[in-house]
Design a protein around this ligand. Structure first.
Ligand SMILES: [Zn+2]
Length: 145
């Protein structure tokens, strides 16, 4: 399950509207609950989409940007608990590319559909499994508070 602060939820949806008709992407920072079952997001960090070949249906986060966000987060006691991106004029369901490019097992992958420039449904998927060979994206509950 993923818990998002209202501010982080609004921020990631607004990001998708701003980059429309291209995909936006970013990182979710927060903490994992003591029982390990809930990721609690306290902030969303925007990333630039490095995919210039096909930015309307692909996204990629610069690894250097990821390291920088991770470092800034740690200083605040936050860690990377998930990622988000948008699907311009497509449903908020993961694609085979999304699965292939997801590598952080145990993290959440949030997808927001942006229809004609307006953020529509937002879904979250946990990357489950033990490694690359059996990883899978499983829809999870998303709670905004
Ligand atoms: Zn996608």
């Amino acid at each position: 399950m993923l818990k998002l602060s209202r501010a982080a939820y609004d921020a990631l949806r607004r990001h998708g509207e701003e980059t429309y008709p291209y995909e936006c992407c970013g990182v979710l920072l927060g903490r994992i609950s003591d029982d390990g079952g809930t990721r609690v997001v306290t902030s969303a960090a925007r990333c630039g989409n490095t995919r210039t070949d096909s930015p309307h249906n692909r996204y990629n986060i610069d690894p250097r940007e990821l390291v920088r966000i991770q470092r800034v987060g740690r200083e605040r006691g936050e860690e990377i608990v998930g990622f988000y991106h948008s699907h311009p004029d497509h449903p908020p369901r993961w694609s085979s590319t999304d699965l292939a490019e997801a590598h952080w097992i145990g993290c959440s992958y949030v997808i927001t559909s942006v229809e004609k420039g307006k953020a529509a449904a937002t879904n979250s998927f946990e990357l489950a499994g033990s490694d690359e060979s059996d990883k899978r994206l499983v829809e999870e509950k998303l709670e905004v508070s």
